[in-house]
Ligand binder design. Sequence first.
Ligand code: HEM
Length: 481
Amino acid sequence: MTVDLADVQGLFARGYGDLRAAAFLLLGIEDATAARRWLGDAAGAITGAAVRPEERALNLAFTRSGLGRLGLPADALSMFSNEFVAGMTTPHRTRILGDFEENAPERWNWGSPSGPQIDLALLLYARDGAGLHLLEEEQTRGLAAGGLALRHRLGTSDLDDFEPFGSRDGISQPFVEGLSKTGPPETTVRVGEFLLGYPNEYGLYTARPLLDASTDPRRMLPRDPEGSGRADLGRNGSYLVLRQLGQDVPGFWRYVDGATQRPDGSSDPPARLRLAAKMVGRWPSGAPLTLAPDADDPSLADANDFGYHELDPRGARCPVGSHIRRSNPRDSLDPRPGSSRSWEVNRRHRILRRGREYGTSLTIEQALAGGDTTERGLHFICLNANIQRQFEFISQTWLNNPKFDRLYDDADPIVAPSSPHGGTFTIPTEGVRKRVAGIPRFVSVHGGAYFFLPGLAALRYLAAIETAPGPRAAPLGVFAR
Ligand code: HEM
């Protein structure tokens, strides 16, 4: 399958790892006409996926309200997926994602239903802090004239590829058909799982906005590859999930330290590190417990070519309830764990993770000493073509589900909201299995929204929408210009 990389935003192909500095600007549209003009200019500066940028990158994504405010008519909006149209904060989604109590959307810093509307996210990346400063200055200068207001800025920090709890992050990604990095067939996912307008793992095209061709007389959009003749507004676009996840680093290490203390009440650093690794499923270097069960082995830091069924069916090496085993169970899924059928099911629930950390890092000792008041965490970002079957399924059925894979009271020990009595985590060993209990909540949600990351042709098309004149311009759905 050939992917039209020249029309795809770069974030699909890469996380811009060499561009160490990043900031995400969450914007609201105040004047639709000015915003479309701004978008027309900005579209030319958006980084595509065909070339690897060396200095800076700029990507752009819209919420449903953003597309509506730009003037996309209601019938076109209704063809986007339900999850995107309804947004992340409906009561149903709140249950699926575990966003209740302290995590309730009403308490978020941004993206809450009662807060200022977020219409678009401008994602800025640069080689270093100075480069980012310059890029951000250039971009913010034009916002007011472009009818846009800055609602919230999400800064990030370069923690050398470690997340704030201290594990290396950003190691495991699916191979995607059509991209240059190739891998074994069982872990190579069809491009339609991430981009709209291509066949997915079911051999089908994911539902997407297909517009009447008359709304695109200048043929700005690609035509439906399935041959309906309609204009494909979705093609080369993806759904982008953004969640600000705060991490309580002192709380995490206090808990892990307490759970591994010696009978005399003193800390046991090796046992502490082992429990943290069991919870994640990888050692701090990144080495997977499945391949390095007894001690960290930095030579395996990038290792990702493994399954669970043959080496570790019961989880004696990497617990079934660990974060990486439940967020990607690989070949442990029914039916027939270890078979190609198991991998096939797994390929329907993958995401491309593109998050960035924020806040400063703390050593374990600093964390145990109480840390500081700095906020730290992960701006979790992932791309997928079907939010419900990918991001939401992973969250609900795998991470937050206490009955995951024959467990009965264990949700994800790192990221799941804890139950009132605290979470439990089962550690199978060769002999009796151990359980730790009373796990508090380490990760809290401070904001979130579902976005659409359009293809570049679609961006230009959105900039060219024409609406009825007048102060309360009603979208007409006529796009000729
Ligand atoms: C603050 C919250 C989180 C932290 C600290 C965290 C941390 C980690 C770490 C350390 C890894 C292993 C390194 C790697 O493979 O890249 C990992 C892997 C992963 N995480 Fe998370 N994560 C968080 C939230 C989430 C969420 C919300 C999801 C999905 C809804 C998720 C999905 C995944 C997936 C799919 C993998 C790869 C597993 C694999 O393929 O083996 N994570 N995470």
